[in-house]
Design a protein around this ligand. Sequence first.
Ligand code: NZQ
Ligand code: ZN
Length: 392
Amino acid sequence: MFDFKYFTPTKVIFGRNTESKVAELIKEFGGSKILIHYGSGSVVRSGLLKRVTDTLDGAGIKYVTLGGAVPNPHLSLVHEGIELCKKENVDFLLAVGGGSAIDSAKAIGYGVANEGEVWDFYDYKRQANACLPVGVILTLAATGSEMSDSSVITKEEGLVKRGYNSDLCRPKFAILDPELTMTLPDYQTACGCTDIMMHTMERYFTNGGNMEITDALAEGLLRTVKKNALILRDDPQNYDARAEVMWAGSLAHNGLTGCGSDGGDWMTHKLEHELGGLYDVAHGAGLAAIWGSWARYVYKDCLPRFKKFAVNVMDVEPEGTDEQIALKGIEAMEDFYRSINMPTNLRELGVEPTEEELIDMAHKCAVGVGGKKGSAKVLDEEAMLAIYRASI
Ligand code: NZQ
Ligand code: ZN
């Protein structure tokens, strides 16, 4: 068991119609001029944006709006947002949407609060000293960005997708109304469930440290999302299942399921980020497409955890050798992905990289992690390429 820091400063307001509390929350956290940042229009079509602006108008809170945060959000819009905030003297950012709108808002927050080029933080050139406060109304349970210290941005030039982590960007509040996720396409719901499970699995498959309580939380979360993902596949309007998944999404990435471990593995995410940068695929689907190849490459080096996962999460009978049990767990996870219409390889994901592109992704991935990374197994560039090749 390793020492750890657990820092979750985000005030969570959970339940039906909780978005009506947005004005009082903004006031509580000192916002006086707001940038409302959102995606490509789902919040306009659902009427949520209008409800939010009506609430702010009613409370006398001034705001400007900026839509257009696309999945795998772009640096150019972040620059636009920074300029707008400076011009309008914005002092609080309200992200209304999924992970992309939230991450874009966090990046804008860094850009306004620090001198110089904001990409420097994502390019590991320097650390931010501050971030404008961010509040969230979440419409997609997936990334956990509503409580996380992370922001992931794609620089269009060179298609480089990079994450930057700092406690400075953790949202001040997160409004979680499960009903807001009921307009999601089934594919995005499934992508979200995959991402939530992966955030816990990245922390679970480790060779360094563990805590019984953390493992129990992680396994309970994984079983809960697995069960409710299937309920939502058949009954997307099921409020209770939406609620379980939404809360799981926040808990999966606020640090809770990693307490006492060495920080986790994270290589499936790093490998996926290159796919997202190059092919603009949905993050959750990209994770599902790469996970099986990663798992088969590393499981022998992390056998006790893969066995535990197979038995405690995937309901595999503990019969046969540890390797056989671990492999059955990997197969069961892939079967689960298929059952919620997620891909289990790159072809099913809809991309067909050339050998040159695989080499390029492996190289960018290795550069992005500083050469080597992983805990279940430490991967170098050659290993990353082998996993990409196996995932075709
Ligand atoms: O853009 P709009 O029109 O809002 O549509 C979005 C988008 O097309 C749509 N959507 C969202 N809520 C909806 C809805 N459609 C109908 N009804 C609703 N209620 O769903 C699509 C996907 O949205 P997006 O925000 O891109 O998805 P997600 O939340 O999965 O975010 C993905 C991004 O977050 C990063 C990913 O890499 C990716 O760039 N991540 C961020 C993390 C973090 N900050 O902690 C951690 C993750 O591991 C991840 O890397
Ligand atoms: Zn993720």
